[in-house]
Structure formats: structure tokens, C-alpha cells
Design a protein around this ligand. Sequence first.
Ligand code: SF4
Ligand code: SF4
Length: 480
Amino acid sequence: MNSTILEAEEHVLSTLEKDGSRRWLRPKLSPGHWLTLRRVVAYLLIAVFTLIPFLKIDGKPAILLDIVRRKFTLFGYTFLPTDSLLLAVFAVGSLISIFLLTAFFGRVWCGWACPQTVYMEFVFRPIERLFDGTMGRGGQPKSGRSNAALRWGFRYAIYAVISFYLANTFLAYFVGVETLWQWVQQSPLTHPTPFLVVAFVTVAMMFDFCFFREQLCIIACPYGRFQSVLLDRNSLIVAYNKNRGEPRGKGTKSRSVSLPVLTDSADPSLNADLQSQGDCVDCGLCVTTCPTGIDIRKGLQMECINCTQCIDACNTVMSKVGRPPNLIRYSSQAADTGGRWSLLRPRVVIYPIILTLLASTFFYLLLSKNHFDAVIIRERGNPYTRMENDLIRNVVRLKLTNRQDYPMALTISPQNTSVTLRLAEPDFRLEPGESRIFHLQADVPDDAFQKGRLEVGITIENDRQQQTRVRLPMSGPLGS
Ligand code: SF4
Ligand code: SF4
């Protein structure tokens, strides 16, 4: 039986052929001013990403995301599980900062700083070009090369080494370099879980940088999907100047060079033709250089990661044909449609206001943190027990967290003298960063209760005279 696959009328995705098969992109490198700048930024970012796990601030790692112990250290400050509000404020603030950055500079993150772009374009693709040669016109290899299998093998071996190294760096952010170094020197069987994490991340990196590639930006990254709401008409975008470029036409390369001569040409129709043509010579270099395979001349597209490669490609062409640069350039939708670029608009006012509020809340919460946290947790079951001598006993759990880098010996005292406090644990101390639950008995005469309720203030003090206070809501008999 003959089966016919209907072909799509046009390309649905730049990485799909019309029949649905993968269209492999081999973007041609376009040297230029922007590429040089991006290279500097990319290698700086790679250096920062590699060095951060080694950096210490006040003896603490600059960044350590210790998920197992539920402690996040950021720039010398350790967030504990009791800091969930602080972390939430921090996370929302980071999100709003990204919104603000996008409102001003469009997808500057994607093209300049995203690890996917940085490692793909400045590590993996250069290695590919080293072994397979640079691409010619239309994104095809310039010529066949010998020892293809050997080159393929070397290329993938280098990819594997880099991916393994990246996986170890990634793990260092979660366990610290010292722990990682210990594990590296031991057999994988001694620490199978981290070994499996490194193996998994290595395979995931290989899959991404060798196979999935630009599809991560085009179909998988949520940030790319949000562009339509995060950008506005005044956000910075990479755009083709249609007014100047159209109508485009092939074979117009010589016109600019000979334009003064043609102006005096005896053939007025030829002269008029050339005068009416735009600056785009339809060379297609802006398309073959694009890492996501799109044609920027079709307007703003979600696939555009603002990598500026088409700007560099087109500027080279414009210089060759003697036309002014920046036929493709940084612009905005407002400027492209003849409007005025406006810095001041609602979202760039609202976002900073929200950010200021969040930053104030964050620093207020941060500065009002005690040296140690104390939380009262009521036991389940019987709310109170009647003891001898008309005493009412409540048993609660007292959760204490040492936020400091030194051990603490603690004492506990009630603010109300009629209350007697007793701890079940003899050792009332905390190691640095330790979080521990103590069992606390509170005895009060039954006539101290009003309608079965009594609030008792408790002061907890460490051996450095640093204090924190908690309130213990006690339950007692209703009739007393
Ligand atoms: S259209 Fe230009 S800026 Fe956008 S991804 Fe392609 S090459 Fe980069
Ligand atoms: S690189 Fe410039 S001249 Fe060439 S097709 Fe693109 S826009 Fe036109």
C-alpha cells in the first residue's frame, strides 16, 4: 500500500524540514565587532562560572546550594529552611529583575549570557569548526575532508571531556569543591549517588550540545516562550531595516561602487532600476550565519536570540558593496515603524517600584534576623496534663537553629516567674549551623489561666549574651 506524507506548505520550525525530519543547522561564523565583544563576555562568564565554587567570602563559599542539608549560601550569607520568606522575596526579586532587563534590553540574556548560548557558540561550535572546517555558502562544508571517522572520534572525545568537566563544576555548586575533590580521589563505588549525578549531567550535556542544540532555545526554553509578554514596542531587538533594505535584489553588488558613474549613465532605465533598489543584496548571509536558522528580514521572531551574528554578517556585506553599515542593527519595534523610542513607559516604572519594595523587605528581614532561630511546635494529643499541687503541664517542642559559625551553649528562662520550664534533653547546646528539636515542659499553677489560655514569654540566651524571645501559648482547664 502506498502511503503519502503530506508536506507542510512552509517551514513550521527553522529546525524542521517540510517532511518533519530534522534540519541540521551549521551556522557560518561571521566575524565582526559584535562577535568580538560577545567572545570577551562569553569567556569572562565561563571563567566566572568555573571560579565561583572556589571563591570564599568570610570563609564561606560564594555560592553553595546544599540541597541535602537544605542550606543555601549566597555571597557569604547562609539561608536556612527557616528563611523561606527571605528566599521567596529573593526569588521574586530575581524574576522581576529579569522582566526589567528584558523590557529594556530584549533578549540580551539569551544572546550574551545564557549558558546554553555561551557554551554552544564559544566552546562546542568552535571545536566542531576546528575538526569539520568552516561552513561555506548555504551552510555547507566548503570541501570534503579526509579522515572523517578519526575527526569525528576526536571531536566527540573532546566534547565528552568538556561535558564531564562541566558536570563536575555543576556538582561543585551543590557540594563545594573540597567535598568534590575528596570524592574525585575515591572510587565511584564509595559515593555512588554523586557519581551517578555527574554521569547523568555529562550525558545530558552531550545530548544537548551535540544533538539537541538550538532546539533548546526554539522549543524547550520557557524564557523564549515568554518573550511576547515581556517585550514591548520599545524594547531593544535585533532588526532588519526594511525601509532601507527593500526592495532587495541580487546582483546589485557593483551598483554602489559604480553609482556615481551610473548616475551619469546614458541608460536612464538601468539607472532608475538601480536607484529604486534597496541596500539588501539578498546574499542570504544573515540566514546562513543565524544559529537558530531564521531569516531576520521576515521581522521579529520568537526564535531570534539576539546573538547579533546577522548584524556582523550584513555589516561585512555592506562594507564590501560600499554601503553604510547597520542594515541589520539593534533597534526597537517603535523605531522601526517610524515612531519615537521611549525610555519611559509603564512597565519600566512599575518594575523598579516593585523591586525597591522587595529589596526593602529583603533587607529588613535580613537585618532583623537573630543569631539563632526559635520556633515553638505543639505536641499532638493531650493539650495539658494536671500534675500534683494544682500544676498544669504543657509539653511542646522547641526547634532551635544556630545561624552562626560558632557553637552555642544556651539557657532558657520564662518572663513570668510563676512558670517553671524544664528541658528533656540535658545537653542544651547547638553546633554551628545545627538545627535541633528540644522537648520542653512548662508547669503553671492552674489559677494562672483565663478561659483556659495563658501566653508565656520565653527568653533564650546563648553564652555570648545574644538573646531571642518566643511566645508559648499554653492551654489549661476552662473552668479555672
Ligand atoms: S536573527 Fe540574527 S540575532 Fe537573531 S538569532 Fe539569528 S543571527 Fe542571531
Ligand atoms: S546579509 Fe544583509 S545584504 Fe545579505 S541578505 Fe542579509 S540583509 Fe541582505
